[in-house]
Design a protein around this ligand. Sequence first.
Ligand code: ADP
Ligand code: UDP
Length: 237
Amino acid sequence: MEKKALLYEGKAKRIYTTEDPGLLIAAYKDDATAFNGLKKGQIANKGILNNKISAFFFTLLAQAGVDSHFVKLLSDREMLVKKVEIIRVEVVVRNYAAGSLVERLGLEEGPPLSRPVLEFYYKNDALGDPLINEDHIAVLNLATPAQVGIMADQALTINEILTRHLQTRNLLLVDYKLEFGLHQGNVLLADEISPDTCRFWEATTGEKLDKDRFRRDLGGVEEAYQEIYRRLTGGEN
Ligand code: ADP
Ligand code: UDP
């Protein structure tokens, strides 16, 4: 499948059309941004690692009965995906206190939460992706209540599948962001699942193995992404 026109260039990926109007190519870049684009940089080989890590997670989810836009890997940096109309709601699930939750609620980073916490954010760069609730989603016409219910159910099912698998690799799934789209009228998981969009902590040492190493200038960023890939796959393609 060949790339045709560049449909969209985002912060982490380029999206291309193909000869099939129902299929797109997502090409993963090494560019990294944080704090709503204020911090910019590059992480060597990130595009390759995130492409393959996302493919791994989408395949794992498919095996557990959760469909996504993922069709197949095309190359080191490219995957073929089903075209969806992205729902402009970012769905975040949290299992441990970290990131903006800690800031917002005045918590210490680190402890497990007594139950998963589900949050919605308005996918709007100009507004800095504000936290929203189901009423906001309704008045902004971002999704119907039924679609919100499906996204919430899927996000929590995905939480169980990913948490269980990562446990076997001695990794904690701290929190993560999902995006969904509409495909033939149905809600379908889309975008990516990678160390850019999840927090992963080494279960024994607590070491951060995700984009927080870039956000906080902790060093060893590429190595952390490599480590996630290695633990998930044993390093095989
Ligand atoms: P951002 O837009 O946040 O800078 P990216 O650089 O990752 O993010 O760009 C990828 C864009 O493609 C995102 O806006 C995402 O919502 C969108 N996208 C992801 N999967 C699909 C898909 N299957 N169909 C259409 N758009 C998609
Ligand atoms: N996240 C993301 N994209 C965003 C905002 C958050 O992928 O635009 C991910 C982030 O990597 C983390 C989770 O969602 O795994 C929760 O993020 P949080 O609200 O703590 O915000 P952050 O402090 O990461 O900006």
